[in-house]
Design a protein around this ligand. Structure first.
Ligand code: SF4
Length: 336
């Protein structure tokens, strides 16, 4: 066993699942993956609960999962939106996925980072209402072994991330100017990394092209898709972007924190920065539809976007593809 340092945002420990009070539910719409260890434990459960688990626990090449019931609900989510497994057998009987969500973690050699995902309404509420500047606290944990990474590249990514955060923290600078500076830094970094292979395209994309990407995606909630199809989402005005810049800065910080260091595995920094800007453009466009959206509406827009886009491998692959080969940094800046 080795000791590893775990860095978490200061708001991380404020999260507690609000279960039956949740306006959405992570137990609806998603197939619940069950890890092997939990599946073994489930095979020892007797009685009514054991019978129900046996009925719904299935497996394929990807592993174990629960079949979904009517309305795409987890079979163990009761009418009061509470988990029957947790109620009857306790929290220790929950699968790793159920215990972890909406937390995420990534290992980078000698350290780990953990955060809260925006796809959960309560996590989104915490992150959007946070008054402290984004900062990390460190705790120790132990694990079997460290992952191997390119340490030099990781250090340069950490420097870039610190620079981006200091740009986003600047006072009295417009959000657009901050994004311009962030994209310029990311572009410069990518050019240095790629040399002659550097590519940022020249596509002259518009806001409507962003909407087309959004509509090309798969949706967990068809209701959300038809909402996007039916409402008038317009290119966000400067007034909207500046009025709610605190929200968009928080969203940017979340994306940069969650995704930038992952470039240590594929060396593609610019695409990760681009999809953080894309998220701001699209959510600002949806804000525009509401005029002056209240806090609850803004939380709903942010978690809805995150849930549909970030938690689908297919949608993230599409986003990777179009941000690399379909939208230049200049396009995104012109659209914002
Ligand atoms: S989405 Fe978040 S608050 Fe809602 S049930 Fe899941 S973990 Fe709890």
């Amino acid at each position: 066993m080795v000791t590893i340092k775990v860095f978490v945002p200061t708001y991380f420990h404020k999260f507690c699942c609000i279960a039956d009070k949740c306006p959405d539910s992570c137990c609806i719409g998603w197939e619940v993956d069950i890890d092997g260890e939990t599946a073994d434990k489930y095979s020892t459960v007797d009685g009514e609960l054991g019978d129900k688990i046996k009925k719904h626990l299935v497996s394929d090449d990807d592993g174990y999962m629960f079949t979904l019931c009517e309305g795409d609900r987890c079979p163990f989510l009761n009418d009061c939106k509470l988990c029957e497994i947790q109620k009857s057998a306790g929290e220790s009987f929950l699968s790793r996925t159920c215990t972890l969500f909406p937390r995420f973690f990534d290992d980078f050699g000698s350290f780990r980072e953990m955060g809260l995902g925006f796809a959960c309404p309560e996590a989104a509420r915490i992150m959007l209402s946070e008054s402290e500047d984004f900062s990390l606290i460190c705790q120790d944990t132990s694990d079997d072994e460290n992952t191997e990474v390119d340490e030099d590249f990781l250090r340069s990514l950490l420097d870039l991330r610190a620079e981006i955060f200091s740009v986003l923290n600047e006072k009295d600078v417009s959000f657009r100017d901050k994004i311009q500076s962030v994209l310029t830094k990311a572009k410069h970094f990518q050019k240095k990394t790629d040399g002659e292979d550097f590519f940022d395209g020249d596509f002259n994309r518009s806001f409507d092209d962003c909407l087309s990407v959004l509509l090309e995606m798969e949706y967990i909630s068809e209701k959300r898709r038809s909402f996007i199809e039916q409402i008038k989402i317009k290119k966000p005005s400067e007034v909207i972007v500046e009025k709610y810049k605190d929200d968009f800065e928080k969203l940017m910080k979340y994306y940069i924190f969650r995704y930038l260091l992952k470039a240590v595995y594929d060396y593609d920094v610019l695409t990760k920065v681009k999809y953080s800007v894309f998220a701001c453009i699209v959510t600002a466009g949806i804000y525009t539809h509401f005029g002056t959206p209240d806090f609850e509406t803004r939380v709903k827009i942010m978690y809805g976007y995150s849930k549909e886009v970030e938690y689908s491998d297919m949608n993230m692959e599409l986003l990777d593809e179009v941000m690399y080969g379909g939208f230049s940094s200049d396009d995104l800046l012109a659209i914002l």
